[in-house]
Design a protein around this ligand. Structure first.
Ligand code: UD1
Ligand code: UDP
Length: 377
């Protein structure tokens, strides 16, 4: 069997690594296609190295652009590779432009698409990711929702065949790397941070960074934090901070360390030892609850409602008063802190990657890895 993996951004590399590993352990060599949506060393190569992935077979160097430019160029380049390589299935993960491009290019060549982390919905169609999720799910033949909630979202849209709840591969990645991170990373020492005495910040979503007034609200929250904080800044945000004249202001905040994006091992260790996490990232909302760290999400909705339902995550948006209210409660109310930190992980047992590989190998053996003409009964 020949599975092709199409990926291009930081979270896709991290979350597909357990699936790639599971195929390798079963004697199957996956074809690795990197679109190059992320290209800086600290947004891409560092993860390929740290996660010890095999060499990339095709590097497409798509780079940055408008939504259509990036998706279109990726589609054209992915199609060429798929036509040449003729894989049995194309795996994509998540909701980026790379995912949409990979799914569309593949299904139109009648190569079935397997969508890892299918069925997530923020119910906010103004987010580019929401459009990508919906379209990728509908172009996919085999769907791997991480949770029952995600499966129900697919059912509501009429997708019921070849749907397998597997858990989220993010758990596999965390379990495979958390101890290694504690051993190998010196990130706390490097930045002079003490365990449980700082907040970890990330923010990069288009809706938070592309408008000056929103980015300024983020800066105001950071200025008012009553505890030390560290912010590994995504290149998109750095660029916008510069454009809107906010970079110096944020870099000047006394209690805040602003740094480049960090490698996975450094970042995992920072997450695990944080007092709390404030983020608009999808993957980091998941990792926070897995690592028992309270999470305040800098958004008004989430496609990970399981984290909120479980009690480990609160949506604070860009509301300074609300963000501060929760940080202060966490600081002053040990019972509240304990409750948030001990929220149960809703994302599974860390065997999602193995399940995905097993299911695809079985479908292949039975001759069922193909694009069917209809899946609606
Ligand atoms: C993309 C995904 C988002 C995901 C995020 C993970 C889409 C629509 N968005 O957002 O869902 O959460 O990746 O991090 O696919 N840049 C660099 N160096 C890089 C990569 C990007 O400088 O290696 C800068 C460029 O100025 C670029 C901007 O960041 O224009 C945005 O990059 P892009 O890949 O378009 O979107 P992300 O914000 O990274
Ligand atoms: N991450 C990292 N270094 C950083 C920030 C994030 O290794 O400086 C990892 C993090 O552990 C998680 C993933 O990148 O696994 C999340 O990526 P991101 O927030 O960019 O994307 P999203 O999950 O929102 O799509």
């Amino acid at each position: 069997m020949k599975p092709a993996f199409v990926f291009g951004t930081r979270p896709e590399i991290i979350k597909l690594s357990p699936v790639i590993r599971a195929f390798l352990e079963r004697g199957v060599k996956p074809l690795l296609i990197h679109t190059g949506q992320h290209y800086d060393y600290e947004m891409s190569a560092v993860f390929l190295e740290e996660l010890e992935l095999p060499p990339i077979d095709h590097h497409l160097e798509v780079g940055s652009g408008t939504q259509a430019e990036q998706t279109g160029v990726a589609m054209i380049k992915i199609e060429k590779v798929l036509m040449e390589e003729k894989p049995d299935v194309t795996l994509v993960q998540g909701d980026t432009n790379t995912v949409l491009a990979g799914a569309l290019a593949s299904v139109k060549l009648k190569i079935p698409v397997a969508h890892v982390e299918a069925g997530l919905r923020s119910f906010d169609r103004t987010m580019p990711e929401e459009i990508n999720r919906i379209l990728a799910d509908h172009a996919s033949e085999i769907l791997f929702p991480p949770t029952e909630d995600a499966k129900r979202n697919l059912e509501r849209e009429g997708i019921t065949e070849n749907v397998y709840v597997t858990g989220n591969t993010v758990v596999d990645a965390v379990l495979q790397n958390a101890e290694v991170a504690e051993e190998k990373s010196d990130v706390l020492e490097r930045f002079g941070l003490e365990p449980k005495k700082y907040v970890l910040i990330t923010a990069h979503r288009a809706e938070n960074t592309d408008r000056g007034e929103n980015l300024e609200r983020l800066v105001e929250i950071l200025e008012s934090l009553p505890i030390r904080a560290i912010y590994p800044m995504h290149p998109r945000t750095r660029k916008r901070m510069e454009e809107f004249g906010l970079l110096e202001r944020v870099e000047g905040i006394e209690n805040l360390i602003v740094t480049k994006p960090l490698g996975y091992l450094d970042f995992l260790r920072l997450e695990r030892n944080a007092f709390a996490i404030m983020t608009d990232s999808g993957g980091i909302q998941e990792e926070a609850i897995i690592l028992n760290v309270p999470c305040l999400t800098l958004r008004y909705n989430t496609e990970r409602p399981e984290t909120v339902d479980a009690g480990g995550n609160v949506l604070v948006g860009l509301e300074k008063e609300r963000a501060l209210e929760y940080i202060n409660r966490l600081l002053n109310d040990p019972e509240f802190y304990r409750k948030m930190a001990n929220a149960p992980n809703p994302f599974g047992d860390g065997k999602a990657g193995e399940r995905i590989a097993e299911i695809l190998l079985e479908l292949h053996k039975r001759g069922e890895l193909r694009v069917k003409s209809s899946r609606f009964i």
